[in-house]
Design a protein around this ligand. Structure first.
Ligand code: NAD
Length: 488
C-alpha cells in the first residue's frame, strides 16, 4: 500500500478527518501528501483554556487521574494503528513507533498513580503553636510545543502530568507531523467522552507553524510553556516567555557522547552504539553523536562499527527487517550533506524519500561540526589515552543532554557519575545514551535548556507551590524573634 492509502485507512479507523485545510502532511517514506489539517486561532484556544482551568482545578486530583487512566486505555486499544501512523508521518521504523506509543501508555500509568501522590511537606516552625506546610496547587494552562521526531510521546509526557496536576493543555505540534497529533486528539476526545463532565477546552490542539507557536508563547494567559525542539527554537522561546515572567520548560538539542574504556564489553558496546547512533536515522535528541574510545580498543571497535554501518538495512520503515528509515525531509538531507560533503551515502530505497547510510567519521579533534548537533546519523569517533581526557571531551560541548560509559572498572564508572564526572542530565553505565524510561526525570543542561519532564518529581514544574503558616496559639510571635510590640 502507498503511504497515502495506508494513512487514509488508519485515519478512518481512528475517526480522524484530515482532508481539508492549509497544513499539508507529507510522508518522509516517499514525500507524498498523506493528509491536510486546519490551523486554529491561538487567542481563542488560550481563552477557552482559562475557562476550563476555573473548573478543572477544583476537581479532586484522583478524579483527574481517572481521565488519564481512560486515555491510557484508549492508547492501549489503538497502539498499533497509532504506531503505524507515527511511522508513516515521522519515518521511524515500526518497532520505534510502537515503543513511542508504549511510552505514552507508561506515562499515563505513572500519572494515574501520581494523582494520589501530589505530596507537600510539613515543615518545623521556629515559633510555638505554629504549623508550617507546603501545598501544591494547579498552575494554569500549559502549552506543549513538540518536535517532529517524537510526534506523540512528548505531548503525553507533558499532558498526562499537566492534567493530573489540574491544568488544561494546549498542544502546538510540529508542522511536519500534524496527523499523528489529530489522531491522539481523537483518542483523547474518546477518553473525555467516557469521563463525562470535563470542561470544554481542557485539551486543545492548535495546528500551525512557528508564527502560531509564537502567538501562544507570548500569551500571558499561558502559565507554562513546555517546548521541545532545537536549541535555536529555545533561544527564541525562552526569552519571550521570560519577558512576561511566564514559566518555561525547555527540552532542546543534544550532542551526546559515549566513552568506551579498555575494560568494556565490546560486544555489548557495539549493539548499544548501533541503536543509539543509527536508530531513528540519527534523529533523536539523545542520539549518540560522539564516541570517545580508548586508543587500545579503538582500532578493533571502529573497524567493527564500520562493518555494522555498511550492512545495516536502510529502507522502508514499514518493513520488519529495516533498522534505519528515511530522514524527515530534504532540509535534513542537506544538513547532513553540508557536513559530510561527497562522503554522504544516499541509499536508493524509495523515490521521493531521503534515505542515507549512517556515517562514521574519525575526528582528530573535538572542533567545528563535532560541537554541533547535526540532526542526522553521523557518529564522530575520537580517541583518548587518559581517563581525565575522556571526561573532558564528554563535557566540552555546548549541549548537556545524555551521556554513557562502557566500562567494567568500578572506579571509572563511579567517577563518570560523580560530581566531577559527566555534566549531562542523563548519565548511563553500560547502556547507550538513548532510550530513556519514563520513570526518571528527562532533560539536560546547558544548551539543552535545563528542563525536566516525565518521571521522578518533574510534576512539580506543572504546579504552583504555596507555603502556609498557621498560628493556632493566642500570641503573635514574629519570625527571627523580632519584637514589634505596641506600647501599653
Ligand atoms: P524545531 O526547533 O524546528 O521545531 C520544534 C517545534 O518548535 C515545532 O513545533 C516548531 O513549530 C516550533 N517552533 C519553532 N520555532 C518556534 C518559535 N520561535 N516559537 C514557537 N514555536 C516554535 O525542531 P525539530 O526539527 O522539529 O526537532 C528536532 C530538534 O528537537 C533537535 O534539535 C532535537 O534534539 C530536539 N529535541 C529535543 C528533545 C529533548 O527532549 N531535549 C526531544 C526531541 C527533540
Amino acid at each position: 500500500m502507498s503511504p497515502a492509502e495506508e494513512a487514509a485507512s488508519i485515519l478512518k479507523e481512528l475517526g480522524v478527518n484530515a482532508d481539508g485545510g492549509d497544513l499539508v502532511s507529507s510522508s518522509p517514506i516517499d514525500g507524498s501528501e498523506i493528509g491536510r489539517v486546519r490551523t486554529a486561532d491561538p487567542a481563542e484556544a488560550a481563552r477557552a483554556a482559562v475557562e476550563a482551568f476555573e473548573r478543572w482545578r477544583t476537581v479532586p486530583a484522583p478524579r483527574r487521574g481517572e481521565l488519564v487512566r481512560l486515555l491510557g486505555e484508549e492508547l492501549r486499544a489503538a497502539k498499533e494503528p497509532l504506531a503505524k501512523l507515527v511511522t508513516l508521518e515521522s519515518g521511524k521504523i515500526l518497532q520505534e513507533g510502537l515503543g513511542e506509543v508504549q511510552e505514552m501508555i507508561d506515562i499515563c500509568d505513572f500519572a494515574v498513580g501520581l494523582s494520589r501522590q501530589l505530596y507537600g511537606l510539613t515543615i518545623a516552625s521556629e515559633r510555638s503553636n505554629h504549623r508550617m506546610m507546603e501545598q501544591w496547587h494547579p498552575l494554569g494552562p500549559v502549552l506543549v510545543i513538540s518536535a517532529f521526531n517524537f510526534p506523540v510521546a512528548v505531548w503525553a509526557w507533558n499532558a498526562a502530568l499537566a492534567l493530573v496536576c489540574g491544568n488544561p493543555v494546549i498542544w502546538k505540534p510540529s508542522e511536519k507531523t500534524p496527523l499523528t497529533a489529530e489522531a491522539v486528539t481523537a483518542l483523547m476526545k474518546r477518553a473525555l467522552k467516557r469521563f463525562g463532565d470535563a470542561p470544554e477546552g481542557l485539551v486543545q490542539l492548535v495546528q500551525g507553524g512557528r508564527e502560531i507557536g509564537e502567538q501562544l508563547v507570548d500569551d500571558p494567559r499561558i502559565a507554562l510553556v513546555s517546548a521541545t525542539g532545537s536549541t535555536a527554537m529555545g533561544r527564541a522561546v525562552g526569552p519571550r516567555v521570560a519577558q512576561r515572567f511566564g514559566r518555561a520548560l525547555l527540552e532542546l538539542g543534544g550532542n551526546n557522547a559515549m566513552i568506551v574504556c579498555p575494560s568494556a564489553d565490546l560486544a555489548l558496546a557495539e549493539r548499544a552504539i548501533l541503536f543509539s547512533a543509527a536508530g531513528t536515522a540519527g534523529q533523536r535528541c539523545t542520539t549518540l553523536r560522539r564516541l570517545i574510545v580508548h586508543e587500545r580498543v579503538a582500532d578493533q571497535l571502529v573497524a567493527r562499527l564500520k562493518q555494522l554501518f555498511a550492512h545495516v538495512k536502510v529502507g522502508d520503515p514499514r518493513e520488519h527487517d529495516t533498522l534505519v528509515g528515511p530522514l524527515i525531509d530534504e532540509s535534513a538531507f542537506d544538513g547532513m550533506k553540508r557536513v559530510l560533503g561527497e562522503r554522504i551515502e544516499r541509499v536508493d530505497a524509495i523515490s521521493g524519500g531521503y534515505y542515507v547510510r549512517p556515517a562514521l567519521v574519525e575526528a582528530e579533534a573535538q572542533a567545528g561540526t563535532v560541537l554541533q548537533e547535526t540532526f542526522a546519523p553521523i557518529l564522530y569517533a575520537l580517541r583518548y589515552r587518559e581517563f581525565d581526557e575522556a571526561l573532558r571531551l564528554n563535557n566540552e560541548v555546548p549541549q548537556g543532554l545524555s551521556s554513557a560509559i562502557f566500562t567494567n572498572d568500578l572506579r571509572e564508572a563511579e567517577r563518570f557519575l560523580s560530581a566531577a564526572g559527566s555534566d549531562c542530565g542523563i548519565a548511563n553505565v553500560n547502556i547507550g545514551p538513548s532510550g530513556a524510561e519514563i520513570g526518571g526525570a528527562f532533560g539536560g543542561e546547558k544548551e539543552t535548556g535545563g528542563g525536566r519532564e516525565s518521571g521522578s518529581d518533574s510534576w512539580r514544574a506543572y504546579m504552583r507551590r504555596q507555603t502556609n503558616t498557621v498560628n493556632y496559639g493566642t500570641d503573635l510571635p514574629l519570625a527571627q524573634g523580632i519584637r514589634f510590640d505596641i506600647a501599653p
